[in-house]
Design a protein around this ligand. Sequence first.
Ligand SMILES: Cc1cc2nc3c(=O)[nH]c(=O)nc-3n(C[C@H](O)[C@H](O)[C@H](O)COP(=O)(O)OP(=O)(O)OC[C@H]3O[C@@H](n4cnc5c(N)ncnc54)[C@H](O)[C@@H]3O)c2cc1C
Length: 391
Amino acid sequence: MIQFNDTQIAFAWRSNSDLKKAKILFKTIGWPSLVKVGSVMLNIALAIRFPISWIIKPTIFNHFVGGEDLNESNKMAALLSQYSVKSVLDYSVEGADTEKSQEAAYNEILRSIKNAEGNPNIAFTVFKPTGLINTSILEKVSNSESLTELEIQQFSLFKNRVKTLCQESVKSNTAILVDAEDSWYQKAIDDVVQQMMEQFNKSEALVYNTFQMYRTDRLDYLKTMQAEAKVKGYKLGAKFVRGAYMEKERARAQSIDYPSPIHPNKEATDKAFDDAQEYSFNHLDTVSIFCGTHNEVSIQKLCGLMEKNGIANNDNRITFSQLLGMSDNISFMLAHKGYNVAKYIPYGPVRKVMPYLIRRAEENTSVKGQTGRELSLIKAELKRRKKVRKN
Ligand SMILES: Cc1cc2nc3c(=O)[nH]c(=O)nc-3n(C[C@H](O)[C@H](O)[C@H](O)COP(=O)(O)OP(=O)(O)OC[C@H]3O[C@@H](n4cnc5c(N)ncnc54)[C@H](O)[C@@H]3O)c2cc1C
């Protein structure tokens, strides 16, 4: 069993002042009612273009985001790398719905891929498909509905762009992750990414799709994808997460009256996540695992399987990943023990990463999340440092 409570290792990269700020931050977002009111106010501020940078940047932004651009984020990646934690620089701008914003997102992702070339601090590149196309088109394609001429062109542009992003990342020998969002348009993305894997994953997994294991259909889908990869002779890159949009999924299913695609409870999601990892582990000849979670139990299970089966900690078919600002106790301890760790470093202009930040705040309230855990680790480290100073 790996001990994840060594705060000296977890926070070696954080200054006293960083930790004090983090303590205040986690205390604040630990109040669900405050987060609720804060989220509404921030959304209003964004809508009326009220300046928010002055309050957001030194607080929640600096804790959860690498910077406003690649330059700032590269500095963060270099710092983490000193502790063997690699980075995934994630341009976290969501739901671009004009051609101009999609083109801008595409160009920025291309820049992030070029930035990864020859950069030892970057382990993977990543993109969100919804930054590149309107979700209404993805939804139509997912439902096999007919498209207008314009939509056909836009979907074709989307596929070409995805291909170029994969091609460029593969050229620089950096694997690329494709994020997942809402289930009702995921099929179109799955199909495109599967084609990319078939093309680029001949000898190793360089393109990874995301499997949201809170979905009831994903374990079967994983098995189908693994079998297909085996038959066709390519590697399946599988990024596993539990899934970030549960409430939205359930609300939509209820309002349009179809069965919720999400597991009925947390235990079922946890089981699906662990089953998917174990299934993939048992098929490491075909599947490479990107384990995206802050859940210590799931991580212990995967590490346990590796140890029991004599798989080296740094086997390049298994990577662990957590989000910047969360679970440093896991990331830095795993890296310390020689596992492959890639921290997701979101970046982007303050206003544009607000949806990401609001999700992180909501996920970290004391009701839903792990605020208590983060807070007690931060407090323990501050206390430890004080004691060391006294001695
Ligand atoms: C590196 C990384 C990349 C990520 N990329 C994506 C991505 O591309 N797409 C995406 O959707 N998310 C992504 N996420 C977020 C992820 O899906 C989770 O929301 C987040 O990590 C919390 O889950 P956990 O496994 O870390 O922790 P845990 O606290 O163990 O799990 C919380 C999760 O369990 C599930 N859950 C909670 N309550 C219930 C319930 N009552 N019934 C059923 N299920 C429940 C939900 O999925 C919830 O988010 C990513 C996370 C990481 C660390």
